[in-house]
Design a protein around this ligand. Structure first.
Ligand code: 13P
Ligand code: SF4
Length: 364
C-alpha cells in the first residue's frame, strides 16, 4: 500500500549530489552498527552505493531478520518490502522507508476488500477447503495476513514454482494474486495449460467468469500486472534477435507469457544477475527488467554486451522515489534521535502475515 509522504524540509531540497553523498556517508558513520541499509536491485546507483546489502525481494525478506545488532533497518525499496522486513524483525528493530510514497503499482491492484469479496464469491461455488491462496510478496501486509489465516503462502519470483506446487499438493485450486503474469508463467512452467486458468477481474461479478469456468479452473489468477514489465514485447525480442543473432534474451517472470516463451530464460532479479554475470565474456544479453538493474549490469560487466529489451528507458517510478535526499533526511533524523518514516505493521496483521512468510521460507 502506498502512503502519503510529507514534502522534504526545505533545506534538503536542491542540494548538490556530492554534498548529499558526503552527508550520507557521515550519518552512516555516526550511526555505526545501529544502522543497516538494505537496497533492492532496482534502486539507482546513487542509493545502491550506500547499501550495506543488496538483493532481490526474496533475499531481502530472508535477510531482514539476520541483522540483530541493528536498531534501524533503512529499506531502500518499496513499501511492501519494508512491511515484510518489519514483520520478520523483532519489535526492538525499526524499519524505515526513506520515502513513504514508494509503493508498487502492482501491489495496489489488489486490496483486502476485493480479495475478501473474491473469496466469498468463490465460496458460493466451490469448497474453500480446496482453494489455497498464494500471494506474491508484492502485496500489502493485510493480504499476507489473509493468506496466513487460510494456511496459504507468500511467494516471490524466486520460489513461485515451489509455492504453487506446494499449494496444489494441498488443495484443488490456487488463488494467485496480485500478478496474473507470474501466476500464469508459473503454472505453464509446472506443466499446466493456460486453459486451466481463469482471470479474476475484481471489478466484475464473479470476476468476469461463469460458475462452470471457475469450477473447472485449477488456477484463479488475479487481474493485476506490473506496469514496468508489461512494456516488454515479443516484437522487441524479434528485433534484438535480428540485430544480434547470438543474443541471449532473459526476462523477469512478471512479463507476459508470450514474452517469457519467446525469451531464452527467465527468473527473478537475482537469477538474471547471476545468469549474466556467470556467462562467458563476449556474450550478448537483452534483458527484460527494470533499467537501473540493466544499466548496472552493463556497467559492472564491460566484457559483455548488455542492453534493455525496451529501447525507451523503463524505470520503476515508485522505486525511483527513494531519492538520495530522502535517504539523507531519514539518516540525519536518526542521528538526531528522531525516527521518521517508520513502517510499522500492527501486530494483529503482522502475526498471520508472519505465518504466511514463514511458510514461504520453508518452501524448498
Ligand atoms: P524480485 O523478487 O525479482 O526482486 O522482483 C521484485 C519486483 O518488484 C519485480 O518487479
Ligand atoms: Fe512493483 Fe513493477 Fe516496480 Fe516491481 S517493477 S516494484 S512489480 S511496479
Amino acid at each position: 500500500m502506498r502512503t502519503r509522504q510529507a514534502p522534504l524540509p526545505e533545506d534538503y531540497v536542491g542540494l548538490p549530489e556530492v554534498e548529499v553523498d558526503a552527508r550520507i556517508v557521515l550519518a552512516k558513520e555516526k550511526l555505526g552498527s545501529k544502522l543497516v541499509i538494505l537496497g533492492h536491485h532496482y534502486q539507482r546507483d546513487a542509493i545502491i552505493q550506500h547499501a550495506d546489502f543488496r538483493g532481490d525481494s526474496y533475499k531481502l525478506a530472508k535477510d531482514a531478520g539476520s541483522h540483530p545488532e541493528a536498531e534501524f533497518i533503512v529499506f531502500c525499496g518499496v513499501h511492501f518490502m519494508a512491511e515484510s522486513a518489519d514483520i520478520l524483525t523483532p519489535p526492538s528493530q525499526k524499519v524505515i522507508l526513506p520515502n513513504m510514497a514508494a509503493g508498487c503499482s502492482m501491489a495496489d491492484m489488489a486490496n483486502i476488500f476485493q480479495v475478501n469479496n473474491c473469496w466469498k464469491a468463490l465460496g458460493s461455488l466451490v469448497d474453500l477447503q480446496g482453494v489455497v491462496p498464494v500471494t506474491y510478496i508484492n502485496s500489502a501486509a493485510n493480504l499476507k495476513a489473509f493468506v496466513g489465516e487460510r494456511d496459504g503462502t507468500v511467494c516471490t519470483s524466486t520460489n513461485a514454482p515451489s509455492a504453487v506446487e506446494w499449494a496444489l499438493n494441498k488443495g484443488e485450486k490456487v488463488l494467485f494474486f496480485p500478478d496474473q503474469h507470474l501466476g500464469r508463467n508459473t503454472g505453464v512452467r509446472l506443466g499446466y495449460d493456460p486453459s486451466d486458468m481463469v482471470l479474476w477481474d475484481p471489478f466484475k461479478p464473479m470476476g468476469g467468469n461463469t460458475a462452470e469456468q471457475i469450477e473447472r479452473a485449477k488456477f484463479i489468477l488475479w487481474k493485476g500486472h506490473c506496469s514496468v514489465h508489461s512494456r516488454f514485447t515479443v516484437a522487441q525480442i524479434a528485433k534484438a534477435r535480428e540485430e544480434y543473432p547470438d543474443v541471449n534474451v532473459i526476462v523477469h517472470p512478471e512479463c507476459e507469457l508470450s514474452v517469457v516463451q519467446a525469451s531464452d530464460d527467465n527468473g527473478s532479479t537475482a537469477y538474471i544477475i547471476k545468469a549474466v554475470e556467470s556467462a562467458p565474456a563476449g556474450t550478448t544479453w537483452a534483458v527484460g527488467t527494470e533499467i537501473n538493474l540493466v544499466q548496472r549490469l552493463a556497467n559492472e560487466n564491460p566484457d559483455k554486451t548488455i542492453f534493455c529489451l525496451d529501447p525507451q528507458i523503463c524505470p520503476c517510478s515508485t522505486m525511483y522515489r527513494i531519492h538520495p535526499s530522502f535517504l539523507l533526511y531519514a539518516l540525519e533524523e536518526l542521528v538526531e534521535g528522531r525516527v521518521v518514516n517508520q513502517v510499522l505493521v500492527p501486530e494483529e496483521i503482522a502475526e498471520p502475515s508472519r505465518n504466511a512468510l514463514a511458510q514461504m521460507l520453508l518452501l524448498p
